[in-house]
Design a protein around this ligand. Sequence first.
Ligand code: VG1
Ligand code: CO
Length: 606
Amino acid sequence: MSKQDAVAVKHVDTKPIDGQKPGTSGLRKKVTVFQQEHYLENFVQATFDALPGEKLSGSTLVVSGDGRYLTKPSVATIVRMAAANGVGKVWVGRGGLLSTPAVSAVIRTRSGGEAYGGFILTASHNPGGPHEDFGIKYNCDNGGPAPEKLTNAIYQNTTKIKEYWIADESLQVDLDKLGRTQFMVQHQDGKFGHFAVEVIDEVEDYLRLLRGIYDFNSLSHLLRRPDFKFTFDAMHGVAGPYAKRIFVKELGAPESSLLNCDPKEDFGGGHPDPNLTYAKALVAALGLGDKQPAEIPQFGAACDGDADRNMILGSKFFVTPSDSVAIIAAYAKDAIPYFSKGLKGVARSMPTSAALDRVAEAKGIKCYEVPTGWKFFGNLMDDNRCSLCGEESFGTGSDHVREKDGLWAVLAWLSILAFKASGSRKENLGDKLAKFAPGLHIGDKAKDSGSSGQLVSVEDIVKQHWMHYGRNFYTRYDYEGVESGKADKVIKTLLGKQGEITQVRNFVIDKADEFMYKDPVDGSVSEHQGVRFLFSDGSRVIFRLSGTGSSGATIRMYVEQYVAPDAGPEKLFADAAKALQPLVNVALTLSKMKELTGRNEPTVIT
Ligand code: VG1
Ligand code: CO
């Protein structure tokens, strides 16, 4: 590229736009809000201005998203702004697509971890399309979401912004074509600089990382077994290309195991949130819907729009995310090569059930409790304190990246199934269970039959876990689209009750507080992270306001009750909704939910 062909940098006058404060995971607003003049540009410039100039200059950044409406034009804008702000190179996933965990993998591992950071364009599990949500967040050089210190600085910048810089529109690349395009950029001060855009394979770096974590041979063996049926639902999000490549091409699952694996700008009109309410196709396929399919797979999983969340199902069986991370922790050392030396420690978000704590205790490792949002796990991982973590909101992951990772979780579960089928588990939980519940089929009695041994169902794996560790019954009620004033009143009411009330019905309150977190690594403090009522029998009810919505308020109510293993199978295997009803009633009474919000029912129960 010669200087004559240089792309000019423009300076554009702008002024602050209200409400650009990043929430739990980046800035999420309606598409129509993002379409306002300068909206995206202001946020991106505010981010560049919050980063140290000497680090940004000549650096490599990753820019990609989950493929929702506005992804491609936004990638193009950010690329032009990166060039104007002195960035040396931008990596973009083919088609502008990269899953959130893949962005983290690219930042951490591509060319030896060359990238300085990245922009992820996603509103995650929120719906997409011209009238739905869009979002943007910045991840740092550890591959994790920007910490609060940085997001606060970005927000402060958005309140003062006067101008931004952007390269001329002639700086354009075809995002569907792999390869590198070089540009010469002429900056405002007349100086010239080199700039490159490289469109990269969206799966490659991520796949390479996964290969070093899992035993692909044994996974492939499982997925090729004629007696094993597997279904994966990408909910028309970005997980699709990863599922095709990893499950089908690499591991040999039949193409017919995939549902909704073509990314769509509006997620096919659906809500790309993998739970029992929204993952309708998967729920039906696994026999949890109204109609029973002719054949039900033994295993089913779904991911959200940006593929960082996961839902795990067995045949007619739902695994709660809190149980899922606990069970992965219990089997990690035996079933997943990456963890063969054991776990350094584990972590969960505060509202996530304490099932993980029990596994940590049994293994003699530490379990950290952090506020909601993946950004809090990063410091623990960077400091080598934690290898595995999870959230009740269908988020599970490990220190291989600094984001939660939907496909990683699916492979973790498949690894557990492969391990169980190998019959090499030492403690025979099957015998123990057979004593309590003779009717239950337990596959790990089939000893020494190699990886072709008898399959153990997801349900049996979970039940064995409960028999050993006890069960943390768990539910979350979401009240979406509540008027902000009313939601605030609910929280105020709850805070007012703390200290005033000592007992509700037969539940005695041990402690009531607002969760506050002091990061053990850098000492930073995060306050107001949820209102908690902790009862004398170990039960908990928690309330917090969502930080990922794009309008109005969402109240989340979390309810947990522990049943010890010696309670026996009848209590341990009881219906969760029924078992939790008394505690749910306590939570509703404490919060005056119906009275203050006018809502008789939550929008979603998970
Ligand atoms: C929700 C979940 C939280 C999760 C966050 C981002 O936040 O509760 O656990 O980390 O979404 O997930 P909130 O503030 O709405 O409760 V994702 O997959 O939307 O990036
Ligand atoms: Co997500």
